[in-house]
Design a protein around this ligand. Structure first.
Ligand code: F6R
Length: 608
């Protein structure tokens, strides 16, 4: 969702900005633009559509400048159009701004500026920032930006360029991600690390409400009182290749194939001498034993991981768990007391609703524990404790390996809670640990079934509607399977609890309706067989997902069966989800969709 890049140094800014914006394409956008300071003048080139359209526009324009800012926009205020694209320029043409986030009081500011004679070209909230900086400018850009930021309400990551300051530009952040990359006599800003990883691995992470003054040879950080801040350099240790396709057709399929390694990286270092070791876990035995309720908060796929978390924590550790989407949690005045604690789950660590919901839980006195993939992200920094999922960078908009690793983290937590509460005998505990360590191999064998899944997808990619059904953990799994499919294939899809079908939904099943049925839960197997018979009797075509040991029986009634290795029912979702991710992927490929950048979606949702 909106990407920002900035550069200052001795190289031409244009190719660096374009390259950086391309690396941020995965975040989702509908227009793009750059502003470059060229012989005392700011040149802005921007356009609706893909970066290729912008590149085309730039072909015949000579831009020699070595300082500039760039942006990919995901429309919020005003339709995607050339005019609404960023950068936006102030009235006198001396200040250019790129912005990620939403300014909530922009209407009041706009009215104020209109009364002062400012005119607006776009419908965006961002344009007010450019004019307000100009209005507040008295010869010191940093002071003008700080004054402006103190007048803004809402969220922002900003890049600000000014003709009066050809040797520096300004960046700022609140509730939207922004990092500073440190080079040799050149420096960068970006919304995310992959945009600048080619040039530097040394970064500074801006904290909330901080402003950075970026020159080619130094970076100074201030708070909104204008006081200088110190910041340690964060060294990125993952490889550039981790953020590239490496021979795969899409990031999504590459990331699905990375699942065994990602799960191993998340689990292995945390099992030592037949024991789960979560270093300095803030959730002490006392907290676990006295805990009356756990809240799990997340959005989208991470929420679906949370639903699995509810089932497994309740089953293994017997602690009641309430799981809720962050956008609902934060506004419903949830009941939390000091005997509750809150788990937030987020791949990016920047999802605004999740961040705000976490702050709400904290405000109400709850301990907050985050399961996050991106190191140093806002949620990771603000939570009381964090358990990183070591999935590596996830570039495709549709989340895959992050989900599996979120489940891995939840298994580690659920087993830890259960053990500490004395609810798991040593034999069962060790059995779970050994199966957890086997998960990468199990997923590898699912990946080996890709041909069958691809074949089934090629026979059904024209389906109008696809239902996912399951019971217990298979219902939680079905929610994720269904979301994955609709995100990238644009096929209508819904997930239902198997037992709920006959209370209404079964009316939609007719000759040829495709139903993906999960039958991985041992204790619910016969019940699900019954549900499959019900839909088959009404003409449905059924793709079943079952454990190897049950495959023959399921094959008698389903049209096709994808098998997963035999595994304890509690651990089945982390293995079975890969079949659904592959199915969604191949359906989308067959439909010719832009798999990695599905329409209307953004990777990191940094607005409400
Ligand atoms: C689905 C997807 C989204 C995200 C959701 C939360 O494939 O990617 O539903 O899961 O936007 O994002 P994070 O996990 O970054 O908080």
């Amino acid at each position: 969702m909106c990407g920002i890049v900035g550069y200052i140094g001795n190289k031409k800014a244009k190719p660096i900005l374009i390259d950086g914006l391309k690396k941020l394409e995965y975040r989702g956008y509908d227009s793009a633009g750059i502003a470059i300071l060229n012989s005392g003048e700011i040149n802005v080139v921007k356009s609706k559509g893909r970066i290729a359209v912008l590149e085309d526009k730039l072909k015949d324009i000579s831009l020699e400048g070595t300082i500039g800012i760039g942006h990919t926009r995901w429309a919020t205020h005003g339709e995607p159009s050339d005019i609404n694209s960023h950068p936006h320029i102030s009235k006198n043409g001396k200040i250019a701004v790129v912005h990620n986030g939403i300014i909530e009081n922009y209407i009041q500011i706009k009215e104020f500026l209109l009364a002062k004679g400012y005119q607006f070209k776009s419908e965006t909230d961002t344009e007010v920032i450019a004019h307000l900086i100009e209005y507040n400018y008295e010869g010191d850009l940093i002071k003008a930006v700080i004054k402006t930021l103190n007048e803004l309400e809402g969220a922002y990551a900003l890049g600000v360029l000014s003709t009066d300051n050809p040797d520096m530009f300004v960046a700022a952040k609140k509730d939207s991600p922004l990092i500073v990359g440190l080079g040799q006599n050149e420096n960068y800003i970006a919304s995310d690390i992959p945009a600048i990883l080619k040039y530097t691995r040394d970064i500074l992470i801006l904290e909330e409400k901080e402003v950075a003054c970026i020159s080619s040879d130094k970076v100074e950080i201030y708070n909104l009182l204008g006081e200088k801040q110190q910041r340690e350099v964060f060294h990125v240790d993952w490889d550039v290749s981790a953020a590239e396709k490496g021979g795969f057709e899409h990031f999504m399929i590459k990331e699905i194939f990375e699942e065994p390694a990602a799960i191993k990286a998340t689990i292995s270092p945390r099992i030592k001498d037949n024991e789960i070791v979560l270093d300095n876990l803030i959730i002490t035995d006392e907290i676990i034993n006295n805990c009356e309720k756990i809240h799990i908060i997340a959005c989208g796929t991470a929420y679906h991981a949370g639903v699995v978390g509810k089932y497994i924590i309740e089953k293994l550790a017997r602690i009641p768990v309430e799981v809720e989407v962050a956008s609902e949690f934060r506004y419903r005045d949830p009941i939390i007391n000091e005997k509750h604690f809150t788990i937030v789950i987020s791949q990016s660590g920047e999802t605004l609703d999740t961040l705000m919901a976490m702050r709400e839980a904290k405000k109400k006195g709850s301990l907050t524990f985050a399961i996050v993939n991106v190191v140093g992200s806002s949620i990771a920094r603000e939570a009381d404790d964090v358990l990183y999922t070591w999935a590596g960078p996830e570039i495709a908009v549709a989340s895959t390996k992050a989900y599996n690793t979120q489940l891995a983290a939840l298994y580690l937590l659920a087993l830890t809670f259960a053990k500490r509460k004395g609810l798991l005998d040593q034999h069962s505990y060790l059995n779970y640990l050994s199966q957890l360590q086997e998960l990468p191999n199990m997923i590898t064998s699912v990946l080996n079934e890709k041909k069958e899944i691809q074949k089934f997808a090629s026979e059904h990619f024209n389906a109008k509607s696809i239902f996912y059904i399951g019971r217990g953990l298979d219902y939680a799994l079905s929610m994720e399977g269904s979301l994955k499919l609709k995100e990238i294939s644009y096929i209508h899809s819904e997930a239902y609890a198997g037992g709920e079908l006959k209370h209404g939904t079964i009316a939609l099943i007719e000759e040829g309706t495709l139903v993906v049925a999960s039958l991985t839960q041992e204790q619910l197997f016969e019940k699900m067989i019954g549900n499959v018979r019900e839909v088959k009797a009404r003409g449905a075509v059924v793709l079943a997902i079952a454990q190897e040991k049950n495959a023959d029986e399921v094959a008698k009634i389903a049209d096709a069966v994808i098998t997963i290795p035999n595994v304890d029912s509690v651990l089945a979702p982390i293995v079975a989800v890969t079949t659904m991710q592959l199915f969604a992927y191949y359906v989308a490929v067959m439909k010719g969709n832009e798999v990695d950048k599905p329409r209307n979606l953004a990777k990191s949702v940094t607005v409400e």
